[in-house]
Design a protein around this ligand. Structure first.
Ligand SMILES: [Zn+2]
Length: 221
């Protein structure tokens, strides 16, 4: 999941032909609106009813090499997972402060306007960030069925709220410290006044990993 703020990449770089789909398909999610309800649907194995918006072959070609190396996957496996990605409207992204939520191969945005935005070359860092979450899902055991893999992925995400990298404190604790520092520390003379929700999000190890890959992609293109 992620917030749209500061996701615009350098607009001066030439757009590769065919990056954005010729016709955008805004398909509403069949899962219930809201992060918890939709995640619960996913955990129970409720799949999407209709086909969402697929990635274009150009998007897959452009993102696959850097995502493969960033997440320690083969390019072949990365491409196979990217080919399964579908974008939907609503579902877990509905009624949330996040602009996008990714569960398994499904990327959810809140509105048609956000769907248009994430498909633009200028927002390639945003799309590649969400595809980074797909790569984290791709690392769940391949022998499990999709529902169990989704459970592992969501379990890891929730678990890392409590426990961070190398068994250090998780995003709840690190985010709280960051929020206090950026809002209330009298010795911090350049406070960012980040919200608590953003601080927790930004210090989550899976978000940091997805963001690092997305930055590498946006800077390298
Ligand atoms: Zn994210």
């Amino acid at each position: 999941m992620c917030n749209l703020r500061s996701f615009v990449a350098d607009p001066s770089v030439r757009v590769p032909a065919g990056w954005t789909p010729a016709e955008l398909k805004g398909v509403p999610s069949a899962r219930r609106p809201g992060m918890l309800a939709a995640s619960f649907d996913a955990i129970k194995g409720k799949a999407e009813r209709d086909d969402g918006q697929k990635l274009t072959p150009v998007q897959i070609d452009q993102m696959a090499p850097i995502l493969a190396s960033s997440f320690g996957l083969t390019e072949e496996k990365t491409r196979a997972h990217l080919a399964e990605v579908e974008l939907f409207l609503g579902g877990p992204a509905a009624n949330t402060p996040w602009n996008a939520v990714t569960i398994g191969h499904d990327i959810y945005v809140r509105s048609t306007d956000e769907l248009k935005a994430i498909e633009e070359w200028n927002y390639r860092r945003w799309l590649s960030h969400e595809c980074g979450h797909v790569m984290q899902y791709a690392r769940t055991p391949a022998g499990l069925d999709e529902t169990h893999r989704v459970r592992r992925y969501l379990g890891a995400y929730v678990g890392h709220l409590v426990v961070g990298a190398s068994c250090g404190p998780g995003a709840l604790a690190t985010g709280l410290c960051c929020w206090l520092h950026q809002n209330f520390n009298p010795f911090n003379y350049s406070k960012t006044h980040v919200t608590l929700q953003d601080a927790i999000h930004d210090t989550h190890v899976m978000e940091v990993e997805a963001e690092r890959a997305a930055r590498a992609f946006a800077m390298g293109t």
